[in-house]
Structures are given as C-alpha cells and as structure tokens.
Ligand binder design. Structure first.
Ligand code: PNS
Length: 169
C-alpha cells in the first residue's frame, strides 16, 4: 500500500486550489507546508474556459507535479465546476489557502463561508511567507514579459518554461 492509497477515512486530506498559471514560490511554500500537516495534499488546478492562460492546464499540472514530486504526498489534478464537488468526490474535508495580506481576506472569507455553507468543507488560512507577500502569477508574467528578473520568484524549471513560452509568444 502506498501512502496515497491507505486507510480511507483515517487519511487526513486537504486541497490547495488555484489557477497556477504558473505555480510560483508563494504557492509552493503553501503546498509544502500543507504537505507537512496532512497525509495527502491535492493541488486542484481550476479549468476556466472563459480565460485563456499562458500555460495550458496540462502544462500547469506537469510543472506543479515536477516541483512537488519531492514531497511524496502531493497529487495534482484539474477540476471544473465547484471546488466543493471536487472535495466531496475525494473525501477532502479541508481547503488550505495562503493569505498574503488583509486585501486577500475579504474575498477569501466569502469563499470560505460559501464553501462551508454548501458542503461543510472547512477552509484553513495560512499566512504567506513574508518573502512572497507581494507575489502573484499575474505579476510574475507581467514582469517576465518585459524582461524583468523573476528567477527568485518561481522554481528554476518554471523559470525555464516561462522564458521558453515568452520567447515563442
Ligand atoms: O488562483 P486563483 O485564480 O485565485 O484561484 C481561485 C479558486 C480556483 C480557488 C476559486 O476561483 C475557486 O475555488 N473556483 C472554483 C469554483 C467554485 O467553487 N466557486 C465557488 C467559490 S465559493
């Protein structure tokens, strides 16, 4: 039996949801910390049909899988529709979210309360490492597009993928 297949309801599971276009060091910090608290951590990559990302969903999943492989208890999947349905199907009782600043809180609180009301799933907020409190995928893409250095903000293989993608675009 592998760690990811053991004992049904005894397994403590959580999900880290997001767009991850692409994954940053800020995301990775939250996923790594969640992976130390839970037996299994799902990274759920939202499929947003109305928004074309820089990276395709499969590319995002591949990048996340490679940068989280060392943790051993992280699995990466895409989802569309409601996050609570993703949780229900996999018996995941907890959503783990990073909070960068007070400005994140209003919307995150709304989502947490809605998700709890819909299905009873709990949301746990983790303060982001202050090193990454200003960081977002959108800013990374914007800075990289104009030639700024983002090498300290994303894992090296994401940095390579970003450079490659922007060269071709
Ligand atoms: O990285 P993002 O884009 O800020 O992540 C947002 C995400 C995916 C966490 C959020 O939009 C979400 O959970 N979407 C799934 C749809 C859903 O369940 N909506 C109701 C939320 S109360």
């Amino acid at each position: 039996m592998t760690g990811l297949e053991s004992e049904g309801s005894q397994v403590r599971r959580a999900v880290c949801p997001g767009s991850f276009d692409p994954i940053t060091n800020g995301h990775l910090d939250i996923i790594a910390r969640a992976s130390r608290l839970y037996d299994e951590v799902y990274v759920a990559v939202m499929i947003n049909q109305s928004k074309k990302g820089l990276f395709a969903i499969e590319e995002r999943i591949d990048l996340i899988g490679r940068v989280t492989a060392e943790y051993g208890n992280v699995r990466v999947e895409s989802f569309h529709g409601l996050l609570v349905d993703f949780c229900k199907e996999r018996e995941i009782p907890a959503i783990v979210k990073g909070l960068r600043a007070v400005s994140d809180f209003d919307y995150e609180l709304q989502m947490a309360q809605m998700n709890n009301g819909l299905s009873g799933v709990e949301t746990l907020f983790m303060p982001t490492n202050p090193t990454y409190s200003f960081l977002s995928s959108s800013l990374v893409k914007e800075v990289a597009t104009w030639g700024g250095d983002v090498s300290h903000l994303v894992p090296p293989l994401v940095h390579d993928a970003l450079a490659d993608r922007l060269r071709r675009n």
